[in-house]
Ligand binder design. Sequence first.
Ligand code: ADP
Ligand code: MG
Length: 568
Amino acid sequence: MAARPIGIDLGTTYCCAAQVRDGKPQVISSRLGYTTLPSIVHYDNSGQVTVGHAAERRMVLDPTRSVYGSKRLLGRTFQSEVRERYQPHFSYELVPDENGMVAAKVCGTTVSLTDVSALILRELRSAVQTSLGEVVDRAVITVPAYFNESQRNCVREAGRRAGLEVLRIINEPTAAALSYGCGRGENKHVLVFDLGGGTFDLSLIKIEGDLFEVLAVGGDTFLGGIDFDRKLVDLVMQKLGKGNHLRLDAVGKERMRGACQEAKHTLSTQPRATVELPNFTLADGTKLEVAVPITRNEFEDACKQLVEKCMYAVSDVLMDAGKTPAELDDILLVGGSTRIPCVNAALKAMFGRDPSKRVHPDEVVALGAAIAADSHDRIDSVVLTDVVPTAIGLGGNAGRFMPVVARNTKLPHKVVANTVIAAGTRELKLALYQGESPHAKDNDYLGALVLDDLPGSAEPLRCALLFTLDSECILKVYASIPQLNLKRAVTLITRYTPDDVVEQMGAERIRVGPVQLATGLRGETAPKAAVAAAAKAAKQAELQDDDEQDDGKPGFFGWLLGLFGRKG
Ligand code: ADP
Ligand code: MG
């Protein structure tokens, strides 16, 4: 018998694994009794690598060689705004790898963040195997709903490198809803509110028996416990400095952050806490005995804006799904930061009731992943319908973002974008972005879609690009140029920066066809209208003929011929 698959919550801060045993999902604890594993990898000069709890202990004294929080930058290009934003917050050095993706530089070597995730998954897998006493080689892994295409691919690859067949990637909030509602035969609308260490993920999910349909997703990829820590650090530094500017080195910063995080945890249950750092050293060598008292009120005042940001995102998701607070049956809290009392209070104020106590915020995602893993092999399995978390599109004229797939479009999905290739072009390059801003540069740059080996014909060429997204939001793009009788998959190359693309192609040459109608940007056009426009474009292209979703190939030639009126 094949080993039973497990579910893995690959968190920014902690990972957790679970498995369905005797018909019930259960968290797998390590032999030492831990139910979670810190997502930290430490490298030392002799080439030794430590992962998890041991790495966490080393991080305090050796922060520059400890890779933590890497999930926030996984699958991002070095050129991305995200990396620029994050560089100052990481003690380890960030560099581009040979493909232009963000990597960590530790002990003189460049380590890819996919490898960092693979090491974490390998450690988790080995702890699970020891604890279960059996081989584990298949898993469902969860990712934030907000994860873009390239980030999901990295998680798949990391799983492979850790010796796991990744049965499926599912969204963390969807997993939470699964563990909340699976097998209960209920009909409910629930809001999953996941405030973790680095990210804030929201999903509004309709549960109908064993059918889980995501109606809308939202949140903020840059909001989490780390930001609350930072507010507390600022507060403590203010109290300590009393007007003087205190400078900390890497070890000082990490010790300060750790102590503030501890105090933050205390403030979740106590009205006051003390940030204590005996024998603390400033960057200039001055020694301090740090013992700064903080009240919960002071902390909550400092974090007011963060909580407001959360609540605005909740309103956005409700609006996108067309629901009012009263129409929701339950609120599921996920993630360690939902223990912060003012977060709870804000939710209670908005919804007029307490969030659900049915699920455990630290374990719920892994438990849901275990259910999805267990149901993978069965016929009576649960059905998950997810949505595209943020618009996907191309860079257009004057730095504009041209969405091709609107946010909250139901998966799987197909759509055609038409573009004109200027005469003489030998290589078509289009910049691919994901995000909600009308300005391309403010969105996540995913890479360049490259169609090379073109003959450089004397005429401009009409080119149809078919975008297919499978049920896990994995994107594939195919191109067709009828004048050349060319039909081919388009490769995504991350090595090229957006500037390379513009420089080599000339932005004025990029014109996107019918889906130009589908702006679907927040605040401009309602996403529903955008979805309708995209659907209309797809219909024009006779995509309906093409029912196969997996590789996007079957039926592909049929619709292309239809598109250019040469069908049959
Ligand atoms: P992730 O899913 O991003 O790995 P988690 O859901 O494990 O994150 O949450 C980790 C975050 O939760 C950290 O920022 C941690 O400080 C915070 N956290 C954990 N326990 C508490 C608590 N009791 N009070 C406040 N925050 C907490
Ligand atoms: Mg999490």
